[in-house]
Design a protein around this ligand. Structure first.
Ligand SMILES: [Zn+2]
Length: 91
């Protein structure tokens, strides 16, 4: 399977900076279970509305929230499995 072009967006410095901005804004707190996680490798910068390749949604701070990995996996798995086969594309 070919990677869609937006996968590369996650590898940009712009995304890394934006991700950190969101974590800071949310005070490193999972917006679902309120867990505070200082280790950003255990946090996910999540798109509230799945961007599905839409650049505007992808880079929109208002469409981003901090989730811990556990919440991210449980929430998104149920919601997105129907349309996405590949795991791990949301972070
Ligand atoms: Zn959580």
């Amino acid at each position: 399977m070919n990677s869609p072009p937006w996968r590369a967006w996650y590898k940009t410095a712009r995304w890394r900076a934006l991700r950190l901005t969101i974590f800071l804004r949310d005070l490193f707190t999972c917006q679902k279970c309120r867990l505070i996680e200082g280790d950003t490798s255990k946090l996910v910068c999540d798109h509230i509305i799945p961007h599905r390749g839409d650049e505007r949604l992808f880079w929109d701070e208002n469409n981003l929230q901090t989730l811990c990995k556990r919440c991210h996996d449980t929430v998104k798995q149920a919601a997105e499995q129907a349309s996405l086969r590949t795991r791990g594309v949301w972070h």
